[in-house]
Every structure is written in structure tokens, then in C-alpha cells.
Design a protein around this ligand. Structure first.
Ligand code: NDP
Length: 315
């Protein structure tokens, strides 16, 4: 593919969660003068969470958005060129690799660090799509406030669903939690908290038929997947917390991935199947998915990029 290159850099980082910013900090300190494009959600998934109590170094916990502000500030202070923009296509056919930004310009880079993270999954119901942003949300922490004092529903049974149900239970009058099996996947401590919350009602073996309402959510129709019995819950909001998928679509013709789209890296490294292209954070990790593991893998990616550039005589 022949494209007009508007800029050439040594290290291009795509994505601005803990992995991307940590890579930027390390790459800057190695004098790679990294250019980082923030992507659709600057700061990544932690910007849509509240208390982060498991990121080391903050004994009293810290708010997710505040933590990501610190990541960004540190990357910029070290010299990273942080810009708003979305990677829309790539060409990894030859060195230097090329990345298209905002469907407009192309940037060439000797090394690439992919840290595009993962995004929320949806059920795929008609009402869910129609009422998205009008009572349907994939982020209780972002949108729960709009439904304070009201009854809401949430679907999912992992740690995210448990965490969000608890969050909602503190601001909403009642939380209806729809769980498709007769058990939850969430960690025991989170399950216990959910079960003990007086205003969370769990609907075991239930799935969602559709979300109801014209302009805004007025209810959710659910059914028991053992008996087929339907129930309509009169709620003002429907929160979807059924997991995430990796943001790896633009790389799929180039990089090896597993069946769910997670980029495969050589175990113990950030290396992809293309030399000089590294992946870090949730886009390549479906096991740990923690801010601290993402940050750690961002560090690995930057150190490996630096080594790669030195070995190739590109730095
Ligand atoms: P998970 O993949 O762990 O859980 C997804 C949940 O959604 C499962 O209970 C699943 O049900 C349910 N689900 C999936 N599809 C549907 C569907 N179509 N209809 C109904 N239910 C559905 O995702 P999470 O986002 O909860 O967690 C991701 C990872 O992040 C986990 O490793 C988790 O431990 C971690 N995490 C840790 C936190 C913490 O430590 N503070 C906070 C949040 C997440 P089923 O079980 O039947 O498959």
C-alpha cells in the first residue's frame, strides 16, 4: 500500500490506559521520543470507574479518573507527545510501519506499541440499542447518578456486575440483578456483598427479553430460562455488565489473535508475530485485566521496543 506519510517517529503508542501511558513513560526515559494517540476513551477504562483500591502506592485508594490524570501528567513530563486521535487503519507490511489516524493522515513508526484495551459488550437487543444513552448504559459509575432514588436493573454476574450493582444500590432505591445461571462468576467476597445488600434482588436463571420504552427506559422484560416464565420489571435504567472485548479490529489482518480477538504475544514478552510491533494491557490479556498488570506489560513493551530499535540500529 502506498500512502502519503505526514510524520515519522521512532515509537508510536496507540491507546492511553495504564499500559499506554506506562509504555510512554518508559519510552520517553529511554529517549525514544514516543508519540501517543489516546484513542476513543482517553485514560481508558479506569476513567469510568470510581474507587481504585488495588493500585499499589495509594494506601487510601484513589479515584480512577484522577489516577489516569497522574499517568498522563507523568508521561508528558517525561517528554511523551500525547495527542487526541484514533488509529483507524494500519499497514504492517514493511518497515517503517504505518498507522492511519482519524481516517486522515498516516504516521510512520519504527516501533509500535498497541495498548488499545478492551470495550464493554452488549446483549444485542433492539431496545438496548434504541435506548442507549437514554437509560441503557454499560457504565453504572458514569450514569447511575442520573437514576438516584429510582429502581434500576443490571445484567451480568461477574466482578464488574457485582461492583456496579453495589455501587447502584447506594444511590438507587432498588437494584434488580439479572443472572443467567444459578450461580455468579464474581469473586466470593463480591458475591457475599451483593447478597447482603438489602435493596439488591437477584433473579437467578433469568435472561433479558428486551428493554422497554420509547424515549427513555420504562422497564425490562425478563424470562426464566428454566420455566420460560416472563416478568416485567418497572425500572428507569438498564445497566449492562457482561464483560468486554478487545479493541483489536484494525490489527486483525496483521497480528495473530485468539478466537475472541485478543492479540497473542510470545509468553513472557510483549512481542507480537510482527517484529517491532508490541502489545500491552487488556488488548492482549484476558486473564488478569488489572490496571497494575496492564501498567507492567506497558513497561515490558517499551523496554522491548527500545531493545529492538537498538538492535536494528534504529535508535
Ligand atoms: P466476566 O467475563 O468475568 O463476567 C461476565 C459476566 O456476564 C458473567 O457472569 C457472564 O455470565 C455474564 N454474561 C455474559 N454474556 C451474557 C449474556 N449474553 N447474558 C447474560 N449474562 C451474560 O466480566 P467482568 O467484566 O465482570 O470481569 C472481567 C475481569 O475483570 C474478571 O477477571 C474480573 O474478575 C475482573 N474484575 C475485577 C474487579 C476487581 O478486582 N475489583 C472488578 C471488575 C472486574 P456467565 O457467568 O454465565 O458466563
Amino acid at each position: 500500500m502506498s500512502v502519503e506519510i505526514s510524520e515519522k517517529v521512532s515509537c508510536l503508542i496507540i491507546g492511553s490506559g495504564p499500559a499506554g501511558y506506562t509504555a510512554a513513560i518508559y519510552a520517553s526515559r529511554a529517549n525514544l521520543k514516543p508519540l501517543l494517540y489516546q484513542g476513543i476513551q482517553p485514560g481508558g477504562q479506569l476513567t469510568i470507574t470510581t474507587d481504585v483500591e488495588n493500585y499499589p502506592g495509594f494506601p487510601d485508594g484513589i479515584q480512577g479518573p484522577e489516577l489516569m490524570t497522574y499517568f498522563e501528567k507523568q508521561a508528558v513530563r517525561m517528554g511523551a507527545d500525547v495527542r487526541f486521535g484514533i488509529a483507524t487503519a494500519v499497514d504492517f507490511s514493511s518497515q517503517p510501519y504505518k498507522v492511519q489516524i482519524d481516517e486522515e493522515k498516516w504516521i510512520a513508526a519504527d516501533s509500535i506499541i498497541i495498548s488499545t484495551g478492551a470495550s464493554a459488550k452488549w446483549l444485542g437487543l433492539p431496545g438496548e440499542q434504541r435506548l442507549n444513552g437514554h437509560g441503557v448504559s454499560a457504565c453504572a459509575v458514569c450514569d447511575g447518578f442520573f437514576f438516584r432514588g429510582k429502581e434500576v436493573a443490571i445484567v451480568g454476574a461477574g466482578d464488574t456486575a457485582a461492583e456496579e450493582a453495589l455501587y447502584l444500590s447506594k444511590i438507587c432505591s432498588k437494584v434488580h440483578m439479572i443472572v443467567r445461571r444459578d450461580e455468579m462468576r464474581a469473586s466470593k467476597i463480591m458475591q457475599d456483598r451483593v447478597k447482603q445488600a438489602p435493596n439488591i434482588q437477584i433473579y437467578w436463571n433469568h435472561e433479558t427479553d428486551d428493554v422497554l420504552g420509547d424515549q427513555t427506559v420504562t422497564g425490562v422484560r425478563i424470562f426464566n430460562n428454566k420455566t420460560g416464565e416472563k416478568t416485567t420489571l418497572e425500572v428507569s435504567a438498564f445497566f449492562v455488565a457482561i464483560g468486554h472485548e478487545p479493541n483489536s479490529g484494525i490489527f486483525k489482518n496483521w497480528l495473530n489473535m485468539d478466537e475472541t480477538g485478543y492479540i497473542l504475544t510470545t509468553p513472557g514478552t510483549a512481542k507480537t508475530n510482527i517484529e517491532g510491533v508490541f502489545a500491552a494491557g487488556d488488548v492482549q490479556d484476558k486473564v488478569y485485566r488489572q490496571a497494575v498488570t496492564a501498567a507492567g506489560s506497558g513497561c515490558m513493551a517499551a523496554l522491548e521496543a527500545e531493545r529492538y530499535l537498538s538492535e536494528k540500529g534504529l535508535h
